[in-house]
Design a protein around this ligand. Structure first.
Ligand code: NAD
Ligand code: WQD
Length: 339
């Protein structure tokens, strides 16, 4: 069975392609490479022994998407990763973010409807919860007004899926709300490839330990948390990739309870920035050079997932211990430097 993976050359997409192939699925990828490198295909092939089909396509171009579906009539499901994802950049370039992220999703769903492809899994984000009043967040936790255009595209894409599902009864749409994805494939054949100076904690941390950055800034130690630094739910990228495989199976097996569903995908455990740094030091034996600085604008204090629904309905649970995840990202960083 063939799955169409949009944005499959990217960080989470590439790990998901590996898991799909290892679980017996055929994969075809479309990506415009705006935030990824075609060499990732080599990494995927090294792990699985199979080079996935690939087409360079901009999914924001409706005609190209129609044409793609017209030529791939054996696709039974789609996983839609393709999106721009830099929170800060989205504040500077809101139109680019709305155009890219909303049009891509609408083009994909429109073509699916036209060509009779019924099943879609979409990459959403815990960003839709903002700073929740009660933790951990369940799927019933009310969404809050997004802090950034990027976050707003995720909320709007969810709304599009919900509204389409009401009238397109044959379609099965499912959103996964990722918490903070981190890590790399244990083979070190694929991992995160941040462009320029990283904004996210883990790539900044590993680049600091590697000597590429001078010092890691810890944004705030005056939050209302046990050690004062902010808390997140860090989910291993391979665990996250596996969640997509079970989500696709759920749709293909007709096990979904509604034709629009959404699930939290996290570990269920919150870790503070300082706890994460110390876990990294334990896992790798490396020392992290960091200093405490002021809070970063727009950051929330704490968030972590209640994953009961995904555990029960998808039969999925995060399983990679945080030390293993951190050892893998360090191995990946060293691999990048030796290339
Ligand atoms: P990524 O940038 O590594 O991957 C996205 C891929 O989509 C890239 O290869 C990019 O080239 C491609 N792409 C973007 N716009 C495209 C378009 N118009 N046409 C074709 N290809 C296009 O990002 P990622 O971290 O792998 O994220 C994947 C998805 O998960 C995104 O939708 C992102 O918003 C979502 N998400 C990511 C995180 C995270 O922290 N990484 C958290 C929550 C949700
Ligand atoms: C994690 C923690 C920082 C860098 C972002 C998006 C979110 C989602 C995941 C897509 C925070 C702290 C960070 C640094 C630090 N993406 N930090 N020093 O902000 O939780 O979430 O990625 O949907 O929408 O906003 O992730 O990795 O940037 O930060 O102290 O140099 O690390 O303040 O507490 P974030 P992050």
């Amino acid at each position: 069975m063939k799955v169409f993976v949009t944005g499959g050359i990217g960080y989470i997409g590439s790990h998901t392609v590996v898991e799909l192939q290892q679980n017996g699925f055929e994969v075809v990828i479309a990506d415009n490479l705006c935030n990824s490198n075609i060499k990732v295909l080599d990494g995927i092939e090294q792990i699985t022994g199979v080079r996935p089909e690939f087409e360079k396509i901009d999914l924001a171009d409706a005609e190209k998407v129609q044409d793609f579906f017209s030529r791939h009539r054996d696709v039974v499901a789609v996983i839609h990763f393709a999106a721009l994802k830099a929170v800060g950049e989205s504040v500077q370039k809101p139109l680019e973010y709305y155009k890219n992220n909303l049009n891509s999703l609408m083009n994909v769903i429109t073509a699916m409807r036209e060509f009779g492809v019924k099943n879609l899994v979409f990459s959403s984000s815990c960003t839709v919860y903002g700073q929740a009043d009660i933790l951990p967040v369940t799927e019933q936790t009310p969404r809050k007004q997004a802090e950034s255009p990027y976050g707003n595209t995720k909320a709007m894409c969810e709304d599009i899926m919900r509204d389409v599902a009401k009238v397109e009864k044959e379609m099965n749409l499912l959103a996964l709300r990722y918490f903070n994805p981190i890590g790399a494939h244990p083979s070190s054949c694929i991992g995160e490839l941040p462009n320029g100076v990283p904004n996210n904690l883990i790539p900044y941390l590993t680049q600091t330990v590697a000597g590429i950055r001078e010092q890691l800034s810890v944004f705030g130690d005056d939050y209302n948390t046990p050690d004062g630094s902010a808390i997140r739910d860090y989910i291993d990228v391979v665990d996250l990739a596996r969640a997509h495989v079970v989500a696709i199976r759920r749709l293909l097996d007709g096990k979904n309870k509604a034709n629009y569903e959404y699930f939290n995908i996290g570990t269920g455990t919150g870790l503070s920035v300082l706890e994460l740094i110390h876990a990294f030091e334990r896992a790798t034996g490396e020392k992290v050079n960091y200093k405490i600085v002021g809070r970063r604008a727009g950051d929330i204090e704490k968030v972590w997932a209640d994953t009961t629904l995904a555990n029960r309905e998808l039969g999925w649970k995060a399983s990679v211990p945080i030390e293993e995840t951190l050892a893998n990202v360090w191995k990946w960083q060293k691999h990048l430097m030796n290339k």
